[in-house]
Design a binder for this molecule. Structure first.
Ligand code: HMG
Ligand code: MG
Length: 299
């Protein structure tokens, strides 16, 4: 049976941008509830500068609260690291998988990494060299793959160049981020035609934000082109603090619903994930951005 892997990024991408302060206990509870829905890859937190992202300053405590889960052999709890300092903190906290993040565009790189694209790639390379030969897995993110909020449209060749650089460093998978959620299926198709001409689909994941309501359509076109890994966020939480106006990722409930009804396995229990989306929206005191979640609970 056909299947996809959903990478839940709510505890990181979702919670990095919240207005209210969320307790460490709630973050740990969220990860545990997401796991009970059948999600096997849950990005737990980030180890970035707390001055830049104060919401996730408790990364080490979150990791300590899920220590028993991290040891599991068929689950993964990656964390985001921008540099060696973040990597050291992540390893000390017990991380078995880390994700480096760079931008395909200069403007967003300056805002998000306080560095040029080349400088951010150099830092990512230092992280990659440090984990090479260990059992720590390395994932790579590229932001602004369709357009940059500061520089305008991103050329697919630029995304390909950064993708190849990250793969050469040792990333096992590159998650292509439409950070501001402006992309449409036609643009995603054009991007993937360029990427997949040189890179196997098995090394690419889709990370679509839903600002313009295009994320699910973008997932579908990417799926049709052979992509089998998609990032998503419970209740559609999130956005990037350094991408003005960007909304959350595609809601986990919505993408799980679409694939289940297409007969594509996700491993996610729909009724349970709808409950978790409702619970975390209540904790944050915001309406859920998912369509399927509230609909499932109403039927
Ligand atoms: P900087 O200020 O240029 O760094 O920030 P620095 O090396 O000059 O250090 C300045 C201070 O930060 C020092 O402390 C460092 O020790 C500290 P001070 O001496 O002033 O007390 N520092 C750190 N502290 C903790 N952990 C660290 C760390 N590194 C330095 N890892 C830096 C450069 C990259 C650190 C900063 O720009 C940063 O943290 N950026 C992260 C921003 C972020 O997290 N954005 C959101 C995640 S990316 C995203 O959402 C996109 C994605 O979802 C995909 C998509 O949608 O496109 C992945
Ligand atoms: Mg994101």
């Amino acid at each position: 049976m056909a299947s996809v892997r959903l990478v839940e990024v709510g505890p990181r991408d979702g919670l990095q941008n919240t207005k209210s302060v969320i307790s460490t206990a709630t973050k740990i509870e969220l990860i545990r509830r997401l796991r009970s829905c059948g999600l096997k890859t849950i990005e737990a937190t980030s180890f970035v500068s707390p001055k830049w992202v104060p919401q996730l300053a408790d990364g080490a405590q979150v990791m300590s609260g899920i220590g028993d889960l991290i040891d599991s052999s068929d689950e993964s709890y990656p964390v985001l690291v921008p540099n060696l300092k973040g990597l050291e903190a992540a390893l000390k906290a017990g991380a078995r998988e880390v994700a480096v993040f760079v931008s395909a565009s200069e403007g967003f790189s300056r805002r998000n990494n306080n560095a040029s694209v080349d400088e951010a790639l150099k830092r990512a390379g230092e992280v990659a060299r440090r984990v090479k030969g260990t059992n720590v897995k390395l994932r790579g993110y590229i932001s602004s793959v369709i357009a940059c909020p500061f520089d305008g449209p991103t050329h697919p060749n630029q995304v390909l160049k950064v993708t190849q650089t990250l793969l050469d460093m040792g990333c096992y998978e590159i998650s292509l981020g439409d950070t501001t959620g402006v992309g449409t299926p036609a643009q995603v198709k054009r991007l993937l035609e360029t990427i997949l001409a040189s890179v196997p689909a098995s090394q690419i994941a889709g990370h679509f934000h839903d600002t313009y309501g295009q994320a699910l359509a973008n997932v579908l076109i990417a799926y049709q082109m052979g992509i089998r890994v998609f990032d998503c966020s419970i209740a559609g939480l999130g956005g990037c603090p350094y991408a003005p106006g960007a909304k959350g990722n595609l809601a986990t409930e919505d993408v799980a619903y679409m694939f289940e009804k297409m007969g594509v396995q996700t491993g996610v229990k729909l009724d349970m994930v709808a409950e978790v989306g409702s619970w975390i929206s209540g904790e944050l005191n915001i309406p859920s951005a998912s369509r399927a979640g509230p609909a499932l609970l109403a039927t």
